[in-house]
Design a protein around this ligand. Sequence first.
Ligand code: C5P
Length: 242
Amino acid sequence: MSQKLLYTGKAKSLYTTENDDQLLCVFRNDTSAFDGERIEQLERKGMVNNHFNAFIMQKLQQAGVPNHFVKLESDTASIVKRLKMIPVECVVRNYAAGSICRRLGIESGLKLEPPTFEFFLKNDALHDPMINESHIMTFKWATPEDVALMKQQAFAVNKVLIELFQQAGLILVDYKLEFGRHGHGLMLGDEFTPDGCRIWDAETKKVLDKDRFRKNMGDVVEAYEEVALRLGIHLPQVSSPA
Ligand code: C5P
């Protein structure tokens, strides 16, 4: 297969495929925090995230939320539809954690009713500043129709995933989504993995997401694997130490 590296992100690389409309998305072990200021390799993370993302994207498709996932290609790569990404990040929060606590002085763990929705500009150099719909219109990052659709889809995702995580005894605290244009439409792209969301154990509130890396709590990939196991995601076996 003739493959050309098209884009290297902080944790994924995109390659062309023989099909102009599809890309190969490789999930790497690189793990970054603080807008790429800290990067480490975490063994097995690429594999876990690839399977995690495939599982969630398929659940969303089954529930009528269109997205770019096509199929698993290998343990660390998936085929996805080629999208023209919109440079904004959409964050949905069910509980307060992270930047909303810092920005608004909210206590971590507060249940947010109704859940909140926020836009951020995808720009590491500017530390992904928070933006609003007016900025999006003025700077033409997306159309009013795109904005309405991104919000609607982000909440549709919430409906599906809150329940999915709840059934596994997990709380979906918050998550970040990115959307892209495909033909005349718009659909969910990027990824849904513990790198881009917060997940807590419902009973103990144990942190099971990338905050373990950000806060040097250890056992990062082990936590991702625990979530995967509890959601029923099939992961290749760990080879036992010699
Ligand atoms: O940092 P903050 O609290 O705003 O993050 C909200 C959610 O969005 C978290 O789940 C975080 O992992 C995710 N996020 C992300 N990529 C970013 C910013 C936030 O995946 N650049």
